[in-house]
Structure formats: structure tokens, C-alpha cells
Design a protein around this ligand. Structure first.
Ligand SMILES: Nc1nc2c(ncn2[C@@H]2O[C@H](COP(=O)(O)OP(=O)(O)OP(=O)(O)O)[C@@H](O)[C@H]2O)c(=O)[nH]1
Length: 297
């Protein structure tokens, strides 16, 4: 049997469970999960390899209505990906039902030749009898190639989804070694781990308008990895919240992030965190580029 391989894009509103699905498929914590929308901002390749096939997942940022220049970048990155992949997984939150956000995405899919699979996620939160009417409703949005209800969190029906996807894979090479699950540099994952801790710990007080940049990362001769990271916020008040009373919040962010980073790297880590205010960074194109967002990525 010939080897089959291909690229599959995951799209959907923020918070529908794209990262959770990616993690369920790959079985490792690479995409970052949070209860706050828009935590996934760069494309993360998750690679799923079996004996006869390989699927490279592109975890595209949430396609949503334009709000700022950052929103623009996210949309463009996502849309340009869709024409180049074997299939698109359009994830929706079945527990929330059909709303303006999903309709907006469906509109963007008009004219797209790539097969789109509607993945109805979070069915663990749904009464079984609610599923069929929901399928009927969503079917009107687009001519979907398949409709697959799943629970990414519990893992139900995820295997069926993977089996369905095999159909769309052409004969092709094994792009990545089978033990590789992501092609993102460790530094990106580390920055996202730090961001995740801040979002979790500060809850509603700090919006998702924070960015983390790894300034320096090197292994000391004794094997300890020294990492220096800067947390960018938009306002002095946000800086105060992240630092906390006598630095307590920043210390806790660092403690939790370090634990995860040590697990990721498999070595002892010294983590240094700085907080800087960059006013209105989300609307400054140059700053966006400095932080690694590119329109043509
Ligand atoms: N009950 C339930 N919760 C889920 C399921 N999948 C995801 N969630 C939860 O939904 C929230 C958002 O999940 P994420 O995977 O971060 O969502 P996302 O689409 O990657 O979000 P962005 O990165 O903002 O685009 C988390 O709290 C998940 O635990 C599911 O199948 N069932």
C-alpha cells in the first residue's frame, strides 16, 4: 500500500475547542488551551502519523470579525491557508449552537474548492435529541463534505474523524519524522506557556492583549536552561496586575510556567520574567512584525 499524506486546516470561532482537538489527536500538550478566546495566534503544526499515513494539521487562528490590525493578520493567515490544504475542519461549539460567528465563517468559505468537514464539538454538553435538528440547521450553511459530531475533551468520536480524514489524503511522502509532533520552535511553545499562566491567573483583569517574547535562552554548563522572557502589556495598570503585591503574581506565573517548561525541555530551568508596557501594540504593524506575526506566514 502506498503512503498517503496531506495538510488539514482547523478553523472555527475562538474557544470552540481547536487546541483541545489538536491535543487529543496528538496526545501531547502543544497547542495552548484557555477559557479565554484567541489564545492560539500562530499556526501550530500538529503531526499525526500512522503506519500508512501522515496528517499535518494547521491550527489556524480563530477567524472572526475584524477588530484591530492583529485581527487582520489572524484572518489573512487563516484564509490563505485554506486554499492550499487537502481538507478543512470547521469546528463549531454544538452546545452554543448556530450564531453570527459561525455564519460569518461560512460566508468566508463560499467558493472554496477544498472539502470542508463540519466538526460539531462539545457534544458531551448536549442532550442527544438536540443533535439532529442542529445538523439540519448547520447543513444549510455550506455544502459540507462530512458532518462529524465529537467531543474533543472526552475524546469521543475523534477516531472516526481521523478515519474520515484518511479519504482526503493523496499519495504522498512522510513530511515529518514520526516522533515529531510540532515544527514550532521550543521558544514559541515556551512563550505560549507563560501567556497561558498569566491568562489563567489574572482571569478577567488582563485582556488577551498581552504578548510574550523570549529574549534569551541558553543552556548553562551545568545543564540548567536560562530563559529570559518579556511580557508586553498595553497599560501601566495591567503591568501592576501582572506583577502583583510585592511581585507575588509574577512569581506565581513564573513558578507554574517553569514547571511546564521543565517538563517540556526535560531539564532544570531558570526563568526570568520582565513586564514592559508597549502602548497600543496591537495596532502597530512594526511591533507586530517584531513579535513574529507576518501577513504571508
Ligand atoms: N465540555 C467540553 N469542553 C470542551 C470541549 N473541547 C474544548 N472544550 C473547552 O473549551 C474551552 C476552549 O478550548 P480551546 O481548545 O482552548 O479552544 P480553541 O478553539 O483552541 O480557542 P482559541 O485558541 O481561542 O481559538 C476550554 O475550556 C476547553 O476545555 C469538549 O469537547 N467538551
Amino acid at each position: 500500500m502506498k503512503f498517503r499524506s496531506g495538510f488539514v486546516a482547523i478553523i472555527g470561532r475562538p474557544n470552540v475547542g481547536k487546541s483541545t482537538l489538536m491535543n487529543q489527536v496528538i496526545g501531547q500538550k502543544i497547542a495552548i488551551m484557555s477559557d479565554k478566546p484567541q489564545t492560539t495566534r500562530n499556526k501550530i503544526h500538529g503531526v499525526y502519523t500512522t503506519n500508512g499515513s501522515q496528517i499535518v494539521f494547521l491550527d489556524t487562528p480563530g477567524i472572526h470579525k475584524r477588530q484591530s490590525k492583529l485581527g487582520d493578520y489572524m484572518n489573512q493567515t487563516a484564509m490563505s491557508t485554506l486554499g492550499e490544504v487537502e481538507a478543512v475542519l470547521f469546528l463549531i461549539d454544538a452546545a452554543e449552537g448556530l450564531g453570527g460567528g459561525d455564519r460569518f465563517i461560512a460566508e468566508q468559505l463560499q467558493g472554496l474548492k477544498t472539502p470542508v468537514i463540519l466538526v460539531m464539538n462539545k457534544i458531551d454538553k448536549l442532550e442527544p435529541e438536540a443533535l439532529l435538528p442542529l445538523i439540519t440547521e448547520y447543513s444549510k450553511l455550506h455544502d459540507f463534505a462530512e458532518i462529524v459530531p465529537i467531543s474533543a475533551k472526552v475524546g469521543s468520536n475523534v477516531n472516526t474523524l481521523l478515519e474520515q480524514l484518511q479519504k482526503y489524503l493523496p499519495e504522498g511522502p512522510q513530511y515529518y519524522p514520526e516522533d515529531q509532533v510540532t515544527d514550532h520552535p521550543e521558544q514559541f511553545v515556551i512563550a505560549e506557556l507563560i501567556r497561558e499562566k498569566i491568562l489563567h491567573l489574572t482571569r478577567e483583569e488582563v485582556p488577551h492583549s498581552i504578548a510574550v517574547a523570549i529574549e534569551d535562552m541558553r543552556a548553562e554548563p551545568n545543564g540548567v536552561v536560562h530563559i529570559s522572557a518579556v511580557i508586553f502589556v498595553e497599560r501601566d495598570s495591567q503591568k501592576g496586575i501582572i506583577i502583583g503585591k510585592q511581585g507575588a503574581m509574577l512569581k506565581e506565573v513564573g513558578r507554574r510556567a517553569r514547571t511546564d517548561i521543565e517538563n517540556l525541555l526535560g531539564s532544570k530551568t531558570f526563568l526570568e520574567l520582565w513586564v514592559k508596557v508597549k502602548k497600543d501594540w496591537r495596532n502597530q504593524e512594526r511591533v507586530l512584525r517584531d513579535l513574529g506575526f507576518h501577513k504571508d506566514q
